[in-house]
Write a protein that binds this ligand. Structure first.
Ligand SMILES: C[S@@+](CC[C@H](N)C(=O)[O-])C[C@H]1O[C@@H](n2cnc3c(N)ncnc32)[C@H](O)[C@@H]1O
Length: 247
């Protein structure tokens, strides 16, 4: 047991998602070898559609209220994992970096829980406004703040949000931004550590999306070395998720 919320329990929640998405492992290996087969590709599509159906049924929202995944939106498997986590953990405070469909999912789960506050940041004012409209359309509460990017901190390259003082007592920290697909941005999400780890509540959870990318893997290595108070584990999804639990 780590802190008040056991890592084993988080991994249980994720494990059932991870099991379903072992198919991603096969798809990614095939893709890495330049040998993506039609069958593996089709299996990936089926797994994604199945995760989306399960997500919509779990959070009881319609297709129109949850825009489809793909492109910049978090994968359906990550959204399902996120929903399960919020419904099981019942966090009082969720802070998210990189708003979007994930904000609708988090806000809806907090609504179903009957309590909890979502504070989401987006570097792009237009995208922050789009997320606010999506929340309103779904009838879901949540604060979305525009926080333009500044240079990364503490030696992490790339950029990080100019978010000002964060609230204390974060129970769930979701990191799905800023965009980090270009090499010079690759370690941007590392700055979440100096910015927010000190604000985590005991037992607080960290979820880093896109954790299978080389930049996030370097970030994860440094976090593991510099934050022994947080136990980190990898979970299998299409894009990889790093899960941390603060003691
Ligand atoms: C990985 S995305 C975050 C996705 C979000 N968590 C979701 O589930 O929809 C990171 C950032 O990319 C930006 N973004 C999202 N969609 C975009 C698009 N189609 N084109 C350019 N930027 C986009 C937004 O500013 C967002 O905060």
């Amino acid at each position: 047991m780590i802190g008040t919320y056991p890592l084993a329990r988080t991994l249980d929640i994720v494990g059932s998602v991870g099991h379903r998405f072992q198919v991603w492992g096969r798809w990614l290996s095939a893709a890495a070898g330049g040998a993506t087969t039609f069958r593996a590709h089709r299996e990936g599509q089926v797994a994604r559609a199945s995760a989306r159906r399960e997500l919509l049924s779990l959070i009881r929202l319609s297709d129109a209220q949850v825009p489809p995944d793909g492109g910049w939106v978090a994968g359906a498997d990550f959204l399902l994992l996120l929903a399960r986590q919020v419904l099981a953990q019942k966090p009082g405070l969720v802070v998210e970096f990189g708003s979007g469909v994930s904000s609708v999912v988090i806000g809806r789960c907090l609504q179903l829980n009957g309590h909890g506050r979502l504070v989401s940041f987006d570097h792009d004012a237009g995208f922050a406004e789009l997320t606010r409209r999506r929340l309103a359309r779904a009838g879901v509460p949540g604060e979305v703040h525009a926080a333009p990017l500044k240079p990364g901190v503490d030696g992490y390259g790339g950029s990080w949000y100019g978010h000002g003082e964060l609230p204390d007592g974060i129970d769930l920290l979701v990191i799905d931004g800023p965009p980090a697909w270009r090499e010079e941005q690759a370690e941007s999400r590392g700055s979440a550590a100096p910015a927010a780890f000190g604000k985590l509540a005991p037992g607080g959870i960290v979820l880093l999306d896109d954790a299978a990318r080389p930049g996030e893997q370097r970030v994860a290595q440094r976090w593991r070395a510099e934050h022994p108070e947080i136990a980190f584990e990898d979970a299998v999804t299409q894009k990889g998720v790093l899960i941390g639990v603060r003691a």
